[in-house]
Write a protein that binds this ligand. Structure first.
Ligand code: GDP
Length: 314
């Protein structure tokens, strides 16, 4: 379910002449550049960019206003062949985003030798469900034109794409055209959100995402796959400063020492970097406290799933 649309202060959404509004699902295999594109579109840091697979576990909304149109982007955690329970929950959340959306954009990566299995599975699934989509071929800065055209032709022949765009989320090439294409296809109607709302992800969740991103950056290959950051406390002080407490859960006791690092050096570096970023984001002095906890089988604990906004399935 998408969150209930909110209203302006007067309780009424603006209904300008010719106003358009809709939910746009950005779907694609891991690493095709969904987060990079979303960040470019929204211009604010609301999703994680990382060379690692499966870093976006949560569906994030970003809102872009262009003239009379309001686009509400639904980022998805990546749709791929689900193996573990957690993966299955993520896939389900991803598809749920796409089902609710007015418009689906499939992002593909042409830098790989051939179209990856995940993207092919998504195309097959869109076809099966009779959904139409916009195709955005990303990373055009890194590929020669003939390869791009070949891929565009092959995918267009699937008969499910209304339009094909060639873009680079990194350089911004073609992104303005993509936005125009989205606006053209948005349903007419009043805006769902006030004009100044960028992300409906609460600041606390963004703060937890920031710490998670730092962990991804600083742990590299050593990163325990099953790791999650949860907000523990959030206290405002009279002097304007903020005390933020977060818990990092690992699935095995041995992983705790990896996260802590020798003499706690690693967690210290993570804490300092995350604290700086949260401080920049909130414009306040921040005291960040991190606790690394071992929680056996958290991947099978329904409560943790709910905390991440995911469904738990047997
Ligand atoms: P996601 O998993 O689909 O959200 O992908 P990310 O946004 O995390 O991007 C995966 C990787 O692709 C990162 O290393 C990005 O820097 C890189 N990337 C994203 N967009 C582009 C692009 O337009 N050109 C190039 N060359 N790299 C890109």
């Amino acid at each position: 379910m998408l969150p209930a649309p909110c209203c302006t202060a007067s309780g009424v959404n603006p209904v300008a002449e010719g106003s358009r509004c809709g939910f746009v699902a950005l779907i694609g295999a891991p690493n095709v550049g969904k987060s990079t594109l979303l960040n470019r579109l929204i211009g604010a840091k609301i999703s994680i960019v990382s060379p690692k697979v499966q870093t976006t576990r949560r569906r994030v909304l970003g809102i872009l206003v262009e003239g009379e149109a309001q686009m509400i982007f639904v980022d998805t955690p990546g749709i791929f062949a689900p193996h573990k329970r957690l993966d299955r929950a993520m896939v389900k959340a991803a598809w749920r985003g796409a089902e609710d959306a007015d418009l689906v954009i499939l992002l593909v990566d042409p830098t790989r030798k051939r179209l990856d299995e995940d993207s092919r599975a998504i195309v097959a699934s869109l076809k099966r469900e009779g959904r139409r989509a916009i195709l955005a071929i990303n990373k055009v800065d890194a590929v020669k034109p003939p390869k791009l055209l070949g891929l565009a032709d092959t995918l267009y022949a699937e008969g499910i794409f209304d339009e094909v765009f060639m873009i680079s989320a990194e350089t911004g090439d073609g992104v303005a055209d993509l936005i125009k294409g989205i606006v053209r296809r948005l349903p007419e109607g009043p805006w769902h959100y006030p004009a100044d709302q960028i992300s409906d992800m609460p600041m606390r969740e963004i703060a937890a995402e920031i710490t998670r991103e730092q962990l991804f950056r600083q742990l590299h290959a050593e990163l325990p796959y099953a790791l999650t950051v949860e907000q523990e406390s959030w206290e405002d002080f009279d002097d304007g400063s903020l005390r933020v407490g977060q818990q990092i859960f690992v699935a095995r006791e041995s992983q705790r020492s990896i996260v802590l690092g020798e003499k706690g050096q690693r967690i210290k570096a993570v804490r300092q970097a995350a604290q700086r970023e949260i401080s920049e984001l909130t414009g306040r002095k921040v005291h960040l406290f991190l606790h690394v906890k071992f929680r056996e089988n958290w991947q099978d604990d329904p409560e943790r799933y709910r905390a991440m906004g995911l469904d738990f399935e047997d």
